[in-house]
Design a protein around this ligand. Structure first.
Ligand SMILES: C[S@@+](CC[C@H](N)C(=O)[O-])C[C@H]1O[C@@H](n2cnc3c(N)ncnc32)[C@H](O)[C@@H]1O
Length: 247
């Protein structure tokens, strides 16, 4: 049997210029490209003439099973995952599926620029000190656990990065998250919002915990919210969390 392989490729936040060299190489070397349609479209310039299987949101397990079975049959498969595959991406699921089907299957996880890094760069430098990353999606995680983590991160004065701030279109989850953080942080705490970081449609908003509710309409599933810690400030339009260097 020819030896196949699955490369779980992080495609970064969007445009090809953010793709790492290794990610580009793995896509170009592959026989078959599998991914969520939006992510496959983002690498369209690299996959002309290749066999492609693009599927909808919610079909993650099927994509991983297909990737594993095609690799076991000898193909080099590039499984495209948005941002970084190891951060709310496809890496863990693929390893679980491969582990059950064929523990000896060759798998390479190729990191990508995660949305937190891309959005932070758009806003300035908000992640210069300890930060917590929390997804507000309650599809796979009970909301009570998300609240517990929000409370802990807020109390410990972490900068907080919120992925999936508008889970299933529900803005009440973000409203509730804001209330929890406000029990430990001042209303004037800086909040940065970035939509479609690193993509053509990129947009950003400068606000505060107090005023965040006025921005709810701007926030969707392609957005990331960064809540500063007690030292974070706006320098004109740049969000900065000091690392602590004496100036
Ligand atoms: C399932 S998570 C996937 C994260 C991805 N693996 C990563 O490392 O960025 C999807 C969430 O990531 C955030 N996201 C992904 N790409 C983004 C971008 N280009 N700009 C802003 N947020 C983004 C949004 O909060 C979105 O709801």
């Amino acid at each position: 049997m020819p030896s196949g392989k699955v490369s779980v490729v992080g495609n970064g936040p969007g445009e090809l210029e953010h793709l790492t060299s290794r990610a580009r190489e793995a896509i170009e070397e592959s026989d078959l490209v599998i991914g969520y349609k939006l992510y496959v479209d983002q690498v369209a310039g690299l996959i002309e003439g290749k066999e492609v299987v693009a599927s909808a949101m919610g079909k993650e397990v099927e994509r991983c099973r297909r990737a594993v079975s095609e690799a076991r049959a000898g193909k080099k498969v590039a499984l495209i995952s948005g941002g970084d595959p190891g951060i709310y991406g496809m890496a863990g699921l693929l390893l679980q599926v491969a582990g059950e089907a064929d523990p000896d299957l060759e798998v390479e996880i190729i990191p990508g620029v995660t949305a937190a890094g891309a959005a932070a760069a758009v806003l300035g430098a908000p992640l210069m000190h300890d930060f917590a990353v929390i997804s507000l999606s309650d599809l796979l995680t009970p909301w009570e656990l998300i609240e517990k983590r929000l409370r802990a991160a807020a109390e410990a004065d972490f900068v907080i990065v919120l992925y999936n701030p508008r889970s299933r279109g529900r803005s009440d989850l973000l409203v509730r998250a804001r209330e929890i953080v406000l029990t430990h942080r001042q209303g004037r705490t800086p909040v940065g919002i970035v939509r479609a970081a690193g993509r053509e449609a990129q947009n950003q908003w400068k606000t505060s915990l107090e005023e965040l509710t006025g921005c709810l309409e701007e926030i969707d599933m392609a957005s990331l919210v960064i809540i500063g810690n007690s030292c974070t400030y706006w320098d004109n339009h740049r969000m900065i969390t000091p690392r602590g260097y004496p100036l």
